[in-house]
Ligand binder design. Structure first.
Ligand SMILES: [Zn+2]
Length: 365
């Protein structure tokens, strides 16, 4: 079998999104999870992985559902339902974990994990089982037909829990040839589409108005970024990451890779900028010069960043962020324009970009 045609692949994914067989919202989580993992686990040359595991997917699903397991004000402070009857089990599992280990509603997943790593691993196993049992064998079914065009797994929907728990269980999600490449190539267009479908589904399940729901389900939690602002600004010598001017007031923490493209709150993805520069950069990708400064910071301030993360108890996975930066920038079309400063956009400086990305250390150990 040759490489799939990207457009054909996209059409099939859209077909999966459109069909309404699912009672819970898991299929969205699985699609986004696979996409994110392909970006995060890309090789040094930018090629995505051929195989993922259900364990990796479970951790990703917990990340995705974490912010969604909060109370939503327009719903009289209830947690939005994500299943036709009662709550989706994965959300119930996460809610229970949150109540015991992170009663503060603003607590990050990272902190809750540190609070009781053992119990967190139990949660991962439970969520993994739910994914194995429900969405993974069913996702690629259109009507009665199974069309495994994204991945192959070694079990079907008849799987029993004891089989999952046995030593022989093969937890691999093996991508079809070219499928992970398609997911990465399409991530920029599929992500907002999956968000849209997901939000619409939650709206229906809760008889809600859609306003504000997108932000609740997928938005970046900006206020939570405040604790890392002063130490990051200090690391930047008190200057704006983008224009290098002194920041006198209202410093803003910016996601270097825009949140809309890749939800990564890891410290390596955070920079401090003027309020205005932050607003102008918006959800755009920064140009090659900014990538070079970002790589330079990652290399020369590796230790400083590690210390800021440790002091603020902040997630820091430079390998993951580097992998996504490489993955996204290597794949940009030649005629794409990148944000420079203010309202100015520039063509891709491929040579500078490649030179910068080559300096990025391979942090895998
Ligand atoms: Zn600035």
């Amino acid at each position: 079998m040759g490489e799939p045609n990207v457009i054909r692949f996209a059409e099939k994914v859209i077909l999966l999104l459109d069909q309404g067989e699912f009672t819970a919202t898991y299929k969205y989580a699985v699609l986004l999870g696979l996409m994110d993992l392909c970006l995060e686990r890309s090789e040094r040359d930018g090629s995505p992985p051929d195989v993922l595991t259900t364990d990796q997917l479970a951790r990703k699903a917990i990340e995705l559902y974490w912010r969604q397991s909060q109370r939503f004000a327009p719903l009289h402070d209830r947690i939005p339902l994500q299943n036709r009857r009662g709550q989706a089990e994965i959300l119930t599992l996460i809610t229970r974990f949150r109540e015991q280990h992170a009663p503060d509603p603003n607590s990050t997943l990272f902190r809750a994990k540190l609070h009781d790593p053992e119990r967190f691993e139990q949660l991962v196993r439970e969520v993994e089982w739910k994914l194995v049992e429900m969405p993974l064998p069913k996702l690629q079914r259109v009507g009665r037909e199974l069309d495994p065009f994204i991945y192959d797994i070694s079990w079907d929907d008849q799987i029993r829990r004891r089989m999952f728990k046995s030593r022989e269980f093969d937890n691999r999600i093996r991508f079809q040839p070219g499928a992970s490449r398609c997911l990465v190539a399409l991530a920029g267009v599929l992500r907002p589409l999956v968000h849209r479908h997901w939000a619409t589904r939650v709206t229906q399940l809760n008889s809600l108005q859609e306003s504000g729901l997108d932000e609740f389900l997928f938005g970046a939690d900006r206020s939570a970024l405040r604790p890392v602002c002063p130490p990051l600004l200090e690391l930047q010598g008190g200057r704006c990451f983008y224009c290098a001017g002194r920041i006198q007031a209202k410093p803003q923490v910016d996601h270097f890779l825009p949140w809309a493209r890749c939800p990564d709150d890891g410290l390596a993805n955070l920079v401090v900028a003027h309020d205005a520069c932050n607003r102008q950069k918006s959800d755009f990708l920064a140009d090659a010069g900014h990538v070079a400064s970002w790589v330079e910071r990652a290399v020369h301030h590796a230790q400083g960043l590690g210390e800021v993360a440790a002091n603020a108890c902040w997630p820091h996975d430079p390998q993951r962020t580097s992998s996504v930066v490489r993955s996204i920038y290597r794949r940009l079309p030649d005629d794409m324009r990148l944000w420079h400063l203010e309202q100015k956009f520039v063509p891709i400086d491929r040579a500078r970009l490649t030179a910068a990305l080559t300096l990025l250390p391979d942090l895998a150990s």
